[in-house]
Each structure stands twice: as C-alpha cells, then as structure tokens.
Write a protein that binds this ligand. Structure first.
Ligand code: SF4
Ligand code: SF4
Length: 114
C-alpha cells in the first residue's frame, strides 16, 4: 500500500481496550476500518479515512483514536483470543466471558450460589 499521498491520519485500535464488538467498522462510512469477526483481525486503510471521527465516538471502550499516517502506522491489528472451556467458542480475551455461554454460566452460578 502506498502511503503519505492522501490523508494525514488514520484509525488506530488499542488492543488493550478493544473487545472486538465491530461497532467501529460498522459505522465507518468509507471502509477505512474492516473487521473480520471470525479471525478478530482489523484491516485499517488510512487512505480511505475521511477523518469524520464516527469510529472514535462510537467506541464505548475508548479504544479508537486517529493517529498520524507515518512509518509507525499499523494497518493490521490482531486481537488476543481465548477459548471457552465450556463450549469451545473462541472470542477476544478482553470480553472477559464467553459470548455464547458466559451469561448462562454466570446466571447458574448466581442462582445456585456456586
Ligand atoms: S475498537 Fe471499540 S468499537 Fe471497535 S471493535 Fe474494539 S471495542 Fe468495538
Ligand atoms: S474517522 Fe471516519 S472515515 Fe476515518 S476510520 Fe473513523 S469512521 Fe472511518
């Protein structure tokens, strides 16, 4: 990808905060943020970024910012994942609980005082 010809900034994802919900990619009107919801990988293209700020506003985790498009720009971001010991689903580690069975497990523990 050729850099430096279009916009001066592009989206940046903070992997320490991101839970992989995909909302930022959903609101981006230009395709500058794409999110693979199976592999939990972001593809970022600052050349498409219009600097509208919608992604920054949409992320309730404060995990999106806009950064200079230079040598340090990272255009593929991988989220750390873990596998649920109960159902085997794979999900971003920052979610804290399995999105498939986590709620049910927590409810059962609360009901039975486990
Ligand atoms: S950066 Fe924010 S909005 Fe985008 S996937 Fe991560 S948590 Fe969701
Ligand atoms: S600032 Fe706007 S165009 Fe750029 S990545 Fe965010 S939502 Fe997309």
């Amino acid at each position: 990808m050729e850099r430096g010809a279009a916009r001066p900034v592009g989206p940046r994802i903070d992997v320490e905060r991101c839970v992989g919900c995909g909302v930022c990619a959903g609101v981006c009107p230009s395709g500058a943020i794409e999110f693979d919801e199976e592999a939990f990988v972001f593809s970022l293209d600052p050349a498409k970024c219009m600097e509208c700020g919608l992604c920054v506003e949409a992320c309730d985790r404060g995990a999106v910012s806009l950064m200079d498009w230079g040598e340090l720009y990272v255009d593929h971001v991988f989220l750390e994942t873990e596998r649920c010991p109960n159902c085997g689903a794979v999900y971003p580690k920052n979610r804290g609980e399995c999105p498939v069975c986590g709620f049910a497990v927590r409810l059962i523990k609360e009901v039975y005082g486990l």
